[in-house]
Design a protein around this ligand. Sequence first.
Ligand SMILES: Nc1ncnc2c1ncn2[C@@H]1O[C@H](COP(=O)(O)OP(=O)(O)O)[C@@H](O)[C@H]1O
Ligand SMILES: O=C(CO)[C@@H](O)[C@H](O)COP(=O)(O)O
Length: 475
Amino acid sequence: MPLVAGVDSSTQSSKVVIRDAETGALLRQGRAPHPDGTEVDPEAWWQALRSAVDQAGGLADVAAISVAGQQHGMVCLDEDGRVVRPALLWNDTRSADAAADLVEEAGGGAVGRRFWAEAAGSVPVASFTITKLRWLATHEPELAARVAAVCLPHDWLTWRLAGAPGLGALRTDRGDASGTGYWSPATGDYRPDLLERGFGRQLVVPEVLGPGESAGKLADGLGGPGGALLGAGTGDNAAAALGVGAGPGDVVVSIGTSGTVFSVADVPAADESGAVAGFADASGRFLPLVCTLNAARVLDAAAAMLGVNLDELAELALSAPAGADGLVMVPYLEGERTPNRPLATGAVHGLTLRTSTPAHLARAAVEGMLCALADGLDALTAQGATVRRVILVGGGARSAAVRRIAPQVFGCPVVVPPAGEYVADGAARQAAWVALGGPTPPTWAVEGTEEYAAEPVPAVRDRYAAARGLVLDRR
Ligand SMILES: Nc1ncnc2c1ncn2[C@@H]1O[C@H](COP(=O)(O)OP(=O)(O)O)[C@@H](O)[C@H]1O
Ligand SMILES: O=C(CO)[C@@H](O)[C@H](O)COP(=O)(O)O
């Protein structure tokens, strides 16, 4: 009975699960928080990972470990492997102008967007690593001059688990490489020309491993003697797809810090509108994905505004009528990525004496967040995805209101697996693939899934569509 470990180093925390490689049975787990903010010293992730591993009883008995992580974050290393500056995360919007410049320099408008969609699978927005590199080169040239290598959060953590053995030992996978802006999901190759466009010169980049390949071995002294195999790891969304066992016709909606809508596809996407990112997945296929910057934290913010906890927020939301009598929240609290409105702020429309109640505001917050994801679902189907079922995961799926209102807004039933850590589970499944070998990862059952169905209420989306452009920018 070999054991495997899976890690989710996400925006808000590190989570570790230890599972049986063959059956997937959960044996132990741990978690530790990350600092707040959109710029974080990677050392904080390392300390959180170590603490979550300790809580999970260490790694002495695991045969393999894989790390999944928040995508896109820019981790810059000098030639000795030291971190040059705090990592800029996927939800840091300071590189919005750099993203616009990269599109402009490629011909601008539809021409520029088509160039990037074809070259890198996605049109750059502030989330993508390449735009952060451009920002660094422009705004912090002295730090930029010290950068020898660039990698992503999960690449860096895997490398630390291996004992940080020199820049040439950096490894990544297709899933996370596809979120950089300088790797092509269509060809499976780096695009040094794009890296040069972004940063102005070449850098060491991690070798991209295939699915099921190993990134080396765990170093000694990290919760036991080393030697366990390291999986390639992947981006958190690709790991979630592995964790829930997403197949044809499944669309996964993840409500974490980010809201994501994605499916597993046999062909790469190249959406020149920019709504759908044409990522690769962790199984050798592709992961067309729509991402919003505002998801579970919209619920956190609404609960804080109303002075209630998250369960009370859900009760309030469910006590108001569908559509909140016309109250609409446009939830752009962190700016927005889809649609590309990095400077936008949120807004509440439709205030009347009747709608000025905590219940209406709670309902509008849940509906507004879900409407933005429903727009993502439309964008994904416009790119050819078929929706047989929607699988709801992430911290926000723990909300009874989200589970019950989602089918009204999405216009189809949703299935909700039992509350769990599906990103860490996907990483563990990848580790099991490495430990057991074979052409595909082992099949692990996800039991206890519940289905939520409700009559669709299209008026909720219609009113949101009328309101979503009516927002102020930060400047
Ligand atoms: N019962 C709940 N109702 C609503 N939101 C919840 C609930 N439990 C957790 N969350 C939210 O889930 C979020 C964390 O989800 P998670 O998927 O772990 O995020 P991330 O992967 O981005 O770190 C937090 O913002 C938290 O408030
Ligand atoms: O940027 C993306 C996807 O493109 C985000 O999904 C990040 O990968 C962060 O994930 P969470 O921490 O919200 O799970």
